[in-house]
Structure formats: C-alpha cells, structure tokens
Design a protein around this ligand. Structure first.
Ligand SMILES: Cc1cc2nc3c(=O)[nH]c(=O)nc-3n(C[C@H](O)[C@H](O)[C@H](O)COP(=O)(O)O)c2cc1C
Length: 400
C-alpha cells in the first residue's frame, strides 16, 4: 500500500510495524492498519480496504498529497500550539471528525458506540452512518460532543423524512447527505469473498475460523443489524439479510437537486452534501442554500479514476468564500496531510479508514489511540512549519 515507503524501506531488513496488543506502541495509522488486518477475517478486511475497479482512485488519493510540499518558516515561537477548529458551529478540539462508515459492528461489537465515545473524549464530532449498527438514539445516549448524521436516500421521501425526524429528536446538529452513490461502486476484491449477494464463500468462511478471537468477540451475539433501516422493512424484526436486500431494492438513482431542495426545506440544522468532486457542483450546492460540502470520492470506493478531493480544496474555497463549510476526505492517514487540507482552505477533514483501523485493533481504546496519533502528528507538523494555530494555516506554508 502507498503508505509507508521511502528510499530506506526496501533496504532495511526485517522492518516491521508495531502490531501487538499494547496500543501505546502503535506509532502511526500504518501500525494500526497492520494490526487491524491481522485481526480481521479476509471478508472484513476487504470490506474496509477495498476500492472500486482497479483501485486507481484509492491509490490516487494517497499520491495526491505529494503534490503539496511544505516550505516551513523558522525561528518563530511555537511553544504553545492551539489545534482547535470551528466547524459547523462546533469548536472541535482537533481539525478532523470521524467520517460515516457503515457496518462498524463487524469490526468491533457496538462499533458505533465505541467510536462515538472515543470522539467525545477527544472533543471531536462523530458522524453516524444511515447503515450504522446502532440506532440514532443509542449513539446519542453515548454522549458524542457533536453528533452528525449521514443520510443515504432509500425508497420514498417518507423514509428520509422519518430518519431526519429521529436525527432531530436525538440532537444531531448536522446532516450529511451522501450523493456519490446513485449506484454502488464495483468493489471486486470485496465481492470475490461472496458466493452470492450476501453469502460468504466457503473459503471466506474457513478464513473466519482462522480468526477465532474475532469470531468470539463479534459473532457471539449474532451478526449486527441495521436498526435505522429495520423500521422500513416489512415484517416483524427483519433480519440483517432482509434489510440489506431491502436497501439494494430501494436505491434511488433518480435523486437530483430537487430532492436536495426538499431536504433543505425539511432540515432546520446544518445540511451538507457528501461526495462532491466537481467545482460546478460546489457552486450548485451554494445556490441550493446548503451549509457546505464534503469533497470526497468515498475513499476510492465508488468511481474509479476520479480526482483526489485534496486537489479541489483550494479552488473550492476560492469559489465559496469564507462562510460556506468545506470539508474533505479520502486518503488521509497522516497529521501532515490534515494540515495540508486546512492550509488549502478546508474547515476540517473527515477520517474513514484511519479510524476504522483503530476500531478493529482495539475498540474504543483503538479509536482513541488513532486520534491521539494524529493529534501528536498535527502538533508536531505545525511546530515544524512555524505555525501555532489552525487559523494561521494558509497556502503560504507551500511557499505560494
Ligand atoms: C468500510 C467503509 C464504510 C463506509 N460507509 C459509508 C457510509 O455508510 N456512508 C458514507 O457516506 N460513506 C461511507 N464510507 C466513506 C467514508 O465516509 C469516507 O468518505 C471515506 O472512508 C474517506 O476515505 P478514507 O477511508 O481514505 O478516509 C465508508 C468507507 C469505508 C472505508
């Protein structure tokens, strides 16, 4: 993977990531990733890791950060550094939030609750996916410092209206409508593990047995369900498979800007669309009265050969002006990359896999470790740049 490289890495024998149970010894997101991949059965690690088609977007997301090279300033007093950042009306302790990811319960029991708690402890926002394995109310009860809800549109308008009402009742302050999934991306490495739509192949099932700790920890209470969607599926207590089939059958490729206008009318809080990859759509989002966009290619899981969102940040900010929220995700694994995004004009970064690696490696403690690693990295990078706060970060750090 395009993560830890460098001239020396091929030459030094027996270089190894830190993957033991002592999470304090994980020094980078790369360590947590290796740890997670060791613990998870293949069917789950492919679910987390996989990208669409040839995974060109996935890899391009990582490479894109190389296009922005720092030109640090020296001899500035950096003895006190403030990492906090105002985002969507919330003062986040760090310039990032947890991205919405579905099926977190496959990585750790009550995975969403574990993530929400770790986010609360760190003072950063947690975004709950529509296809979360916990109800919106249960996540709210875990006490996130800022609870954002990600909306997938399924079926009739009544479905999203009900979900928005539940998000509102649970105190969610922002809704992120994901708009880059009119159809599901082609994640072949993920699909190869299944013999039919939702049934793992024999070799995947055998591979699960080679991960008895995961089987015991995650499966002992049965497979996690999708409580936010169960309510829409006919029948008493629909199973995970029934809910998954319902969601496939109720995708809404007809969604358009008129749908977004109806959502804008219905949701009083902050409303953003997630999955914007074109400046013309940034302009249309502003015209639609939205509060912001998430520049994202879904972590390379949807359209292959798509632009890396970090490349859009600077122009999107120039177009949108200072008030409109611009968040960005896809590919972020290092604090320095988060610093790049803020310097280019993003309000904050969303982190998908970086947090999932922590979750799979050690539940809530693992997510806390992932956040801590990034906090330390961001602080160090700012000091080395001669910058003491997020508001001081401008494109000047690239010398321009
Ligand atoms: C396992 C996994 C599940 C995801 N599930 C969702 C989801 O339910 N809703 C959504 O809007 N995005 C989902 N995403 C995309 C993330 O919100 C985010 O855009 C992406 O992970 C960012 O890229 P990164 O993983 O490189 O940080 C998922 C991503 C992953 C890796």
């Amino acid at each position: 993977m395009y993560l830890h490289r460098g001239a020396a890495s091929q030459d030094v024998p027996r270089r190894r990531f830190s993957t033991g149970p002592d999470l304090a010894r994980a020094l980078s997101i790369g360590d947590l990733r290796q740890n997670a991949l060791r613990r998870l059965p293949r069917v789950n690690s492919e679910y987390v890791e996989g990208g669409a088609d040839d995974e060109t977007t996935l890899e391009g997301n990582r490479r894109a950060f190389d296009s922005f090279v720092f030109q640090p300033r020296i001899l500035r007093n950096v003895s006190s550094i403030d990492l906090s950042r105002a985002v969507l009306g919330f003062r986040s302790a760090l310039p990032f939030a947890i991205a919405p990811t579905g099926f977190n319960g496959l990585l750790w029991p009550q995975g969403d609750i574990a993530m929400a708690r770790a986010a609360a402890r760190a003072g950063i926002p947690f975004t709950q996916s529509t296809v979360s394995n916990s109800s919106i109310a249960d996540v709210a009860a875990a006490g996130p410092s800022a609870h954002w809800f990600q909306l997938y549109l399924y079926g009739e308008d009544e479905v999203w209206m009900k979900l928005l009402a539940q998000a509102h009742d649970s105190g969610c302050s922002a809704v992120l409508v994901t708009v880059d999934t009119p159809v599901l991306g082609n994640r072949e490495w993920d699909r190869r593990n299944y013999q039919s739509d939702f049934t793992p192949s024999l070799s995947s099932r055998l591979d699960m047995l080679r991960h008895p700790t995961w089987v015991w920890r995650v499966l002992r209470n049965g497979l996690p369900n999708f409580p936010n969607l169960q309510q829409f599926v006919p029948g008493q207590n629909p199973t995970l498979y029934e809910v998954a089939r319902w969601s496939l059958a109720n995708q809404r490729p007809q969604t358009n800007w008129q749908t977004i206008a109806r959502l804008r009318h219905a949701w009083p809080g902050k409303l953003l669309i997630k999955g914007v990859q074109n400046l013309e759509d940034v302009r249309m989002a502003i015209e639609a009265g939205l509060d912001g966009v998430i520049l994202s290619n879904h972590g390379g899981r949807q359209l292959d050969r798509a632009i890396a969102p970090i490349r859009l940040v600077r122009e999107a900010r120039a177009l949108a002006g200072p008030e409109f929220a611009i968040l960005v995700d896809s590919g972020f694994r290092r604090g320095g990359e988060i610093v790049q995004a803020i310097a280019l004009g993003a309000d904050a970064v969303l982190l998908g896999r970086a947090m999932l690696y922590g979750l799979a490696a050690g539940g809530e403690a693992g997510v806390s470790r992932a956040i801590e690693i990034l906090r330390t990295e961001i602080s160090r990078v700012l000091a080395l740049l001669g910058v003491t706060s997020m508001t001081e970060l401008t494109p000047e750090v690239f010398g321009g």
